[in-house]
Design a protein around this ligand. Structure first.
Ligand SMILES: Nc1ncnc2c1ncn2[C@@H]1O[C@H](COP(=O)(O)OP(=O)(O)OP(=O)(O)O)[C@@H](O)[C@H]1O
Ligand SMILES: [Mg+2]
Length: 332
């Protein structure tokens, strides 16, 4: 196949991709890593089940997602059309350090403060960009697994607006009382209490507030609560527990806590907008904790921790494989 064809069209076919490897499964389906032959780079392919509707509306929504020309928003490289899955999906840049959800799990707690502040600031910049596109692009699924990290742990938003084009595979078929892929905890009260609710920018602002809490504490909100209880209690005014955060611990944290409570205000009209993102403590706010050296150190230490974790995983997997090779013949 002529390689130039792969670049000229925004449709990316099987011929352009090689070395497929599954890297995760979410509410919308499977996600793979592969090498884009022409671009010579790794890409992530998110297989989707498009919603029924006129092809033009799907194209329009998908095109809107292509507008992601911002350092804190993932770059969509094209639409996948091929033989894997239902044969359709999105091709985007591959993010080597996974998601913020992966990071919090690996660290078993929050990232170092300078990195926490930088991450939350970058997320708000990405959201500000999406909300100021014409027409605005609502994310509607803002949560730790939808914030990806590049090699230097810079945050980039992904899966923005996906719920408008794609059908969720797991969410409609969930029978167990489980946590809806982690999405439920980030949904605002108005979404949980009215079937006629219309999403707005305030929906994303609410999710951002809960996301701030999640990054600052390194925990999932309402970890031990049943999802039916979460659905019932959030409209009654329950929110993530602030008692575990000591606002005096680091400069800027008090503002961050104030911001999260404003973002998850019960009344959508009283939540701030992302235009106010400058109020998120930024790198310039605190010369002692957040600038230059301490930020670099925080990034370096975190990357080393991730590296050690991945080496341990490789050793464990190798050990399991070796054990299987050695012991399995005895049982057959
Ligand atoms: N572009 C990417 N580069 C690298 N890893 C990715 C990329 N996109 C997703 N992932 C990985 O795949 C995991 C699953 O992502 P996916 O979006 O399928 O599920 P989810 O975010 O948990 O749920 P949802 O379907 O609601 O978005 C992420 O947590 C992340 O580790
Ligand atoms: Mg996702």
């Amino acid at each position: 196949m002529d390689d130039s064809v792969c670049i000229r069209f925004e449709v990316i076919r099987d011929e352009c991709l090689q070395g497929w490897r599954s890297i995760g499964t979410g509410g919308f389906g499977q996600i793979y890593r592969a090498k884009h032959k022409t671009l010579g780079m790794d890409v992530a392919i998110k297989l989707l089940h498009y919603k029924d509707g006129p092809a033009s509306s799907i194209q329009r929504e998908a095109l809107l997602m292509f507008q992601g020309g911002n350092p804190n928003v993932i770059r969509i490289l094209g639409l996948y059309e091929g033989r894997v899955g239902e044969g359709r999906g999105l091709v985007m840049e591959f993010m080597p350090k996974g998601s913020v959800a992966d990071l919090l799990q690996t660290l078993a707690g929050p990232p170092p403060w300078p990195l926490t502040f930088r991450m939350t600031h970058q997320i708000s910049l990405g959201m500000n960009f999406l909300h100021h596109l014409t027409p605005p692009l609502l994310h509607l699924d803002l949560k730790p697994s939808n914030v990806l990290l590049d090699d230097s742990l810079r945050a980039k938003l992904t899966d923005f607006g996906l719920s408008r084009v794609a059908r969720s595979v797991s969410r409609c078929s969930r029978e167990k009382d489980e946590d809806d892929g982690g999405t439920l905890s980030y949904m605002p009260p108005e979404a949980l209490q009215s079937v006629n609710y219309k999403a707005s920018k305030a929906t994303d602002v609410y999710s951002y507030g809960v996301l701030l809490w999640s990054i600052v504490t390194g925990k999932e909100p309402y970890e031990d609560a049943l999802s039916s209880l979460v659905r019932f209690r959030i409209p009654q005014g329950d929110r993530p527990d602030l008692s575990s955060i000591d606002p005096r611990r680091v400069k800027g944290l008090e503002d961050m806590v104030k911001l999260m409570t404003e973002c998850w205000h019960q009344d959508p009209s009283r939540r701030p907008s992302f235009l106010g993102e400058t109020r998120t403590p930024s790198l310039h706010d605190d010369p002692t904790h957040l600038q230059g050296k301490s930020l670099k150190e925080a990034i370096y230490n975190t990357i080393i921790q991730l590296l050690i974790y991945s080496i341990i995983i490789v050793i464990i997997i190798n050990d399991v494989c070796t054990a299987r090779r050695l012991w399995f013949p005895l049982f057959v």
